[in-house]
Design a binder for this molecule. Structure first.
Ligand code: ADP
Ligand code: MG
Length: 560
């Protein structure tokens, strides 16, 4: 029951999207396609007349040609209407996908890294690419066909009443039975379709994961074993796909069976009557024409199951409660110009992750002077990264006060708040592209002097000189081709170019040797007084260089 009501919601959601994207043009497409379907009536009628003329030899050449011309013209008009209708429907389907992808992207951005961390990146990629794509057959084929069927079947039945009330009744019965067949097939297909999509998502995740860790798999001699895992998973996907197709074919077969019975009964009935040959031919042809829209609808019925299963996933993300910076309280305040050095204050801040009972932070307080270089230390799981996420607004504290530059953080405009911080993590992610593109990432305007200064401050100048193409050297994903220390410097240059007054670093030296760590720390020390720096680190060297070391969780409950 709950499942069917959520499916209805999914369907309503999709229809609303279609109206938003297409509106009147979509209705026009449905009109063209319905008209094309209704044209089957005169077309079949003229065809019966033409065949009758030839078979019965009552041909008057001139009327035969007039009829033939009429038939061809109608046929071409029908093709034209189908072409126009389908084209518009496909365009609307493309608009729906673009709009939904846009909405999903914005939502994922506003949900932020705290939400993304709980999700497999491969399953999100599948959602954004493949699953949104599954809406196309629903919008472009299934939905218009549903309306076409709903209009054209009663019209055919109505016309049939004038030829044979028995045939009209027979077709009415078929029209009642066909949706029942589809509902049964639809229920089975929906379940199979969800299973198929889940298996596909998992296969995608598995594949991406194994590709990423190919090196580890080789080192540990696990390649053969993992090959088998992938093989099992893809065989499972193959089986699930076949199960979906089996349901689709079986339901197609049952509709064909229904149409054969209707045709046989129709033929038997006509034989018992004294009907003109042309009328008899028209009736028999119309019985098979009657099933054409139904067959099309049934064929695209599993498109509906796929689309609804995908919509459920899309809605799940879109409806996810927003817990990030968008939550604003009180009047907004304007912060001073960029290059100032704000203080950071946390007072009795408590935060528990939604699925946890033990708080990650319990009444934690700290004070950081503007322009200071402070190290936040403590055991793993002590809540250090949580402090950074709270500051950047990826999560909201359940209680307590967070202030930057003596201004409560909720009062700062979300856009200004994101500009406050630059963040560097343990493993810098670089993208495939030139070093320059990676450093300037996200910046709209480039100031050469600023770039050179940032490179200098991050200690990148000599490194870049040693590279074959300098700043234009292409680096691979995840910084392939650069050492760990060099990648961290790239991250630092990138952070410095953003001109944000606060620099947050989450164990940036964890993977570096002592010498590289020292070099990196020296770069940071040069920034003292220009930026407020909060660095999470276990590193003793970092703690020695820092002006202040805050230790979690031993200091909980007191101001440090
Ligand atoms: P640290 O950075 O000091 O190692 P974290 O701030 O990452 O610690 O984590 C603090 C606590 O919160 C840990 O117990 C951790 O398991 C938990 N935690 C961290 N992130 C999440 C999350 N996204 N969902 C649930 N619990 C989390
Ligand atoms: Mg951490």
């Amino acid at each position: 029951m709950i499942q069917s009501s959520s499916r209805r919601m999914d369907q309503m959601f999709l229809k609303a999207e279609v109206i938003k994207a297409g509106g009147q043009s979509y209705f026009f497409a449905v009109f063209c396609l319905t008209l094309a379907s209704l044209l089957s009536l005169p077309l079949t009628w003229y065809l019966s007349l033409l065949v009758g003329m030839v078979l019965l030899g009552q041909t008057q050449i001139s009327s035969f040609y007039i009829l033939l011309t009429l038939w061809v013209t109608l046929g071409l008009s029908r093709l034209f209407l189908i072409f126009v209708g389908e084209r518009i429907a496909i365009t609307v389907a493309a608009k729906v996908r673009v709009h939904l992808r846009h909405q999903l992207f914005s939502k994922l951005f506003s949900l932020g890294p705290a939400y993304l961390a709980q999700k497999e990146s491969a399953s999100l990629t599948t959602l954004l690419v493949e699953q949104v794509e599954l809406l196309e057959p629903f919008v472009a084929r299934y939905l218009p066909q549903l309306y076409v069927t709903a209009f054209s079947l009663p019209a055919i039945i109505f016309v049939m009443i004038f030829f044979s009330p028995f045939i009209a009744l027979l077709l009415t019965l078929c029209a009642i039975m066909a949706p029942i067949l589809m509902i049964v097939a639809g229920l089975a297909a929906h379940k199979k379709s969800i299973q198929q999509q889940e298996t596909f998502s998992k296969l995608g995740g598995l594949f991406l994961d194994r590709m990423r860790h190919l090196e580890t798999l080789r080192i540990f001699g696990a390649v053969e074993q993992e090959k088998k895992v992938l093989q099992t998973s893809s065989t499972l996907y193959h089986k699930k796909t076949m199960a979906v197709l089996r349901v689709a074919f079986l339901s197609g077969l049952s509709l064909d069976f229904l149409s054969v019975i209707a045709l046989a009964l129709g033929a038997l009935h006509i034989m018992g009557l004294d009907v003109h040959a042309q009328n008899a031919l028209f009736i028999l042809l119309m019985i098979s024409e009657f099933f054409a829209p139904l067959r099309k609808l049934l064929l695209s019925h599993h498109d509906r199951s796929n689309a609804l299963a995908a919509t459920a996933k899309i809605r799940e993300v879109l409806m996810h409660a927003d817990t990030t910076v968008s939550k604003m309280m009180g009047p907004h305040v304007s912060l001073p110009e960029p290059l100032w050095t704000p203080t950071i204050d946390l007072q009795n801040v408590s935060f528990t992750y939604t699925d946890r009972t033990i708080p990650a932070l319990d009444k934690f307080s700290m004070h950081i002077e503007g322009g200071a270089f402070v190290v936040l230390s403590g055991p793993s799981g002590g809540g250090k990264s949580t402090v950074l996420s709270l500051l950047m607004g990826f999560i909201q504290p359940q209680s307590g006060l967070i202030a930057v530059g003596n201004c409560a953080i909720e009062q700062i405009h979300p856009q200004q708040r994101t500009q406050l911080f630059s963040w560097i993590g343990q493993n810098t992610r670089l993208m495939f592209g030139t070093l320059k593109e990676n450093i300037l990432f996200g910046l709209k305007t480039i100031d050469q002097a600023q770039l050179e200064r940032a490179l200098e401050q991050a200690g990148l100048t000599t490194i870049i000189e040693s590279l074959p193409h300098g700043l234009e050297t292409v680096v691979g994903e995840n910084g392939f081709g650069l050492s760990g220390g060099q990648a961290q410097r790239v991250a630092l240059a990138r952070a410095l170019l953003r001109q944000s007054p606060i620099l947050l670093l989450d164990e940036p030296t964890a993977g570096l040797d002592e010498e590289t760590t020292l070099d990196f720390l020296n770069c940071l020390l040069l920034l003292k007084g220009q930026r407020t720096i909060l660095m999470v680190s276990h590193d003793l060297l970092a703690q020695q260089k820092a002006e202040k070391v805050i230790v979690l969780p031993y200091t909980q409950g007191e101001t440090v």
